[in-house]
Ligand binder design. Structure first.
Ligand code: TXA
Ligand code: MG
Length: 322
């Protein structure tokens, strides 16, 4: 007779939060409560851990993720906040507001967190367990909602368990997420604010705090409503040739697995042992470094379209189609 699998749900206590922090430091995933919805957290400085988020959620796209921090000082280590952004942080953090700011060069954040963009989305959650976990882990945490792609966002630990079960190291139970709606994402890189994703915090309350300079990008017909599409995507200058089996003159090679086709030009292998999680973690840094060689085109070896390969190929196809 089969015994039921033990649940990964663990009540949040000082000891379990410390154990969760240890999982995060080791590159594993931990689901945790925030005031909006439960998040699927990974160490935002660990590319492989961030790649595992996409694999576990079965996300077909490598969209940029929100980075959670304990306070504004921690945010400033990798995000360059304008005076307006700082004012927003003062009024609304901790709370359901995500601020998109310029990413500082040489920050420790994994490139995959921002999908290679030079901006980063950051927020300070207003939840005791989330905050304690952030302090215990000592690192910023990338955390989308802890559900499978296409499913509704979880507001209870049981929802997370039903959706992700044992694909996460631990599910910290901190009761119901009170708001039940994601944070509002605001682009604060310039002198006007753009609401990129409507969320729990209304544009009206933002305007009340900072004055009438809030634009609702999601409400215009020329821009799509779906959240991931609103982010400008990192696009290499070089063209991409997909499913390449050989390297032509003037091309750089983006390889996957082995053996690689011969070339004397620049080359990067996303994962010599053919590991898709490793490949996703390396993707944006690889594109950037090959682009910087000045190569006219990047020949991309075939990447299997299974698991995380689907998201990697989606990204490559969109870069190739420009
Ligand atoms: O309430 C929430 O925000 C939840 C809880 C767990 O904190 N988190 C959440 O995270 O919803 P996530 O990673 O799924 O949200 C990503 C949103 C998307 O709409 C994405 O396009 C936007 O943030 N985003 C992330 N980075 C961005 C960037 N650099 N520029 C523009 N938008 C960005
Ligand atoms: Mg979600």
């Amino acid at each position: 007779m089969n015994t039921p699998e033990p649940t990964a749900i663990t009540p949040a206590t000082a000891a379990s939060i410390e154990a969760a922090a240890e999982h995060l430091r080791a590159g594993r995933l931990v689901a945790f409560p925030t005031e909006t919805v439960y998040g699927l957290g990974a160490d935002a400085t660990n590319g492989r851990a961030v790649a595992a988020i996409f694999a576990v959620k079965c996300r077909p796209r490598l969209n940029p993720l929100i980075v959670h921090v304990a306070d504004v000082e921690e945010a400033e280590r990798f995000a360059s906040l304008t005076p307006l952004a700082r004012r927003l942080a003062e009024v609304f953090w901790p709370g359901p507001l995500t601020i998109v700011a310029r990413r500082r060069p040489n920050s420790r954040l994994a490139d995959l967190v921002t999908a290679g963009l030079d901006t980063v989305a950051v927020r300070v959650p207003d939840h005791l367990v989330a905050r304690a976990l952030l302090l215990a882990s000592g690192n910023p945490l990338a955390a989308p909602s802890a559900n499978r792609s296409g499913h509704v966002s979880p507001t209870r630990a049981e929802h997370v368990a039903a959706d992700l079960g044992h694909r996460v190291a631990m599910i910290l139970d901190g009761g119901s997420a009170v708001h039940g709606l994601e944070s509002t994402v605001v682009d604060a890189t310039g002198s006007e604010l753009y609401v990129l994703r409507p969320g729990f915090l209304t544009a009206e309350s933002i305007e009340t705090a900072v004055g009438p300079r809030v634009r609702r990008v999601f409400a215009t017909s020329s821009r799509p409503l779906s959240p991931g599409q609103l982010a400008r995507h990192y696009a290499p200058k070089a063209g991409l040739r997909l499913d390449a089996r050989e390297v032509r003159p003037g091309e750089a090679l983006l390889a996957f697995s082995a053996p690689e086709p011969p070339t004397s030009g620049p080359r990067v292998n996303l994962s010599p042992r053919g590991d898709l999680v490793e490949a996703a973690a390396n993707l944006f840094a690889a594109l950037r470094s090959l682009d910087q060689t000045g190569a006219e085109r990047i020949a991309v070896m075939p990447i299997p379209d299974t698991g995380l390969g689907e998201a990697i190929n989606d990204r490559l196809k969109r870069a190739a189609a420009r």
